[in-house]
Write a protein that binds this ligand. Structure first.
Ligand code: SHN
Ligand code: NAI
Length: 207
């Protein structure tokens, strides 16, 4: 059995090519834009949603059928047409240039897969079934969406700030470790004046 390596990629400003402009391509593009990737679509047609993104200049569109020379050197390539042989051509062109490539109709010929994701600000929960059942991944996502609701966004922002302060201001490793554990307690999660609570805790620790 294949074992995939999970990774959080920083796609900010990086070039990504999506071949095909249908429903599946649109879903992948929306995810890529969340990560602020620089997306180019190569396809003779695009969905209405993608067309709006082109008009708003959020993505670029080469209105044509795929040719291998269309792949310059993007970081990632998505073969997302409804034509298996075109997707295979995309794979071949990507391989020649050693680019990471995903074919939406062929997990076994892909270098990576897109997981299902719950996003709460900095907190991202990703679920993968390694291609066994995207529908199960989606169901688990919905369960996690309920368990980890929107309130986690501000809680994780609080943790980010508090952790930076602890790292910068506390030298003693044991105290540092205690504080880093203390701030994830449900007292902090539940309390709206957690910033003040934390400042007090930090003051005590620095005494
Ligand atoms: C391997 C993988 C490669 C990849 O595309 O990354 C892949 C492959 C394929 N998907 C297919 C079908 C469907 N995919 C979805 C939905 C999602 N698919 C996603 C990822 C992945 N899909 C990767 C594995 C992830 C994993 O295993 O965990 C999600 C998680 C992420 C995203 O796409 O952004 C997104 C959920 C979005 C959410 O969380 O809401 C639905 C349901 C729906 O649309 O509602 C269906 C129809 C029902 C069904 O088939 O189960 C087919 C058959 C096509 C055909 O019939 O020909 C293939 C090809 C094959 O399996 O051979
Ligand atoms: N991985 C996933 O999450 C899923 C994958 N699929 C697979 O994805 C494939 C695509 O599905 P949809 O987006 O619904 O299809 P679609 O029919 O909505 O879109 C296909 C797109 O490919 C473009 N295209 C066709 N030939 C091309 C060429 N030579 N060069 C460039 N673009 C070309 C078309 O113009 C169109 O924009 C399906 O065949 C299916 O196997 C389906 C569901 C989910």
């Amino acid at each position: 059995m294949k074992r995939y390596y999970p990774i959080m990629l920083d796609l900010d400003g990086k070039q990504v090519v999506v071949v095909g402009g249908g429903k599946v391509a649109e879903r992948k593009v929306l995810g890529l834009l969340e990560a602020n990737a620089n997306v180019t679509i190569i396809s003779p047609t695009v969905t209405e949603g993608l067309s709006e993104l082109v008009q708003k200049q959020r993505i670029q569109w080469k209105e044509k059928t795929f040719e291998s020379k269309d792949l310059t050197y993007p970081l990632l390539v998505f073969g997302a047409t409804n034509n298996k042989s075109v997707n295979k051509e995309v794979r071949k062109a990507a391989e020649e240039k050693q680019l990471l490539c995903l074919l939406v109709d062929s997990p076994l010929e892909s270098d990576f897969q897109v997981p299902s994701t719950v996003t709460r600000g900095r907190l991202q929960l990703t679920i993968s079934t390694s291609g066994a059942s995207p529908t199960l991944a989606k169901k688990i996502k919905q369960e996690l969406e309920n368990k980890y609701d929107e309130s986690y966004e501000s809680f994780v922002d609080f943790l980010f700030d508090a952790r930076q302060k602890i790292i910068n201001e506390i030298e003693d490793p044991a105290i540092k470790s205690n504080l880093l554990t203390a701030i994830i307690d449900k007292n902090f999660y539940e309390n709206s004046n957690r910033k003040e609570m934390f400042e007090e805790l930090l003051k005590q620790a620095l005494k």
